[in-house]
Design a protein around this ligand. Structure first.
Ligand code: SAM
Length: 122
């Protein structure tokens, strides 16, 4: 694997648009996302990083749970970040989405109180 390669959310770039449709069919998405957000326990003063944020569903949920928190979504895939930004805008959720790999987190320009990641590490 090259140092810049990544696997797109749905496995293939042309399937990216299916990701948000497939996930609730393949997993109990609502249940585990809410449980994960509960575990993160976002608070207004937190800066929270979502590594491999994908379409931003968790980041948006965190932002809506704690509106004062700074939520940062990091993902190397520009196509999925476009979807994440559109989702955050649709929900009027304040999330900063940055392009980059997990290894870039330290140079994201923020210090993080909490770091979360879902469906990224295998
Ligand atoms: C299966 S999706 C999960 C997306 C989101 N976390 C979720 O819960 O729906 C995996 C995501 O990890 C991203 N990714 C792949 N390699 C990565 C890496 N080295 N660092 C950060 N993100 C990565 C992909 O671009 C993709 O958006």
């Amino acid at each position: 694997m090259s140092t810049t390669a990544y696997t797109p959310a749905s496995g293939r770039a042309e399937w990216t648009g299916l990701y948000d449709l497939a996930l609730p069919l393949l997993t109990r998405e609502r249940r585990w996302r809410v449980a994960l957000a509960h575990a993160v326990a976002p608070e207004a003063e937190d800066t929270i990083l979502d590594v491999g944020c994908g379409t931003g569903t968790l980041a948006v949920l965190l932002a809506r749970t704690a509106p004062g928190a700074r939520i940062v979504g990091l993902d190397p895939d520009p196509a999925i970040l476009a979807r994440a930004r559109a989702k955050a805008a649709a929900f009027a959720a304040s999330v900063t989405f940055l392009p980059g790999f997990a290894r870039d987190a330290a140079s994201a320009g923020f210090g993080f109180d909490k770091i979360v990641s879902s469906l990224v590490f295998h």
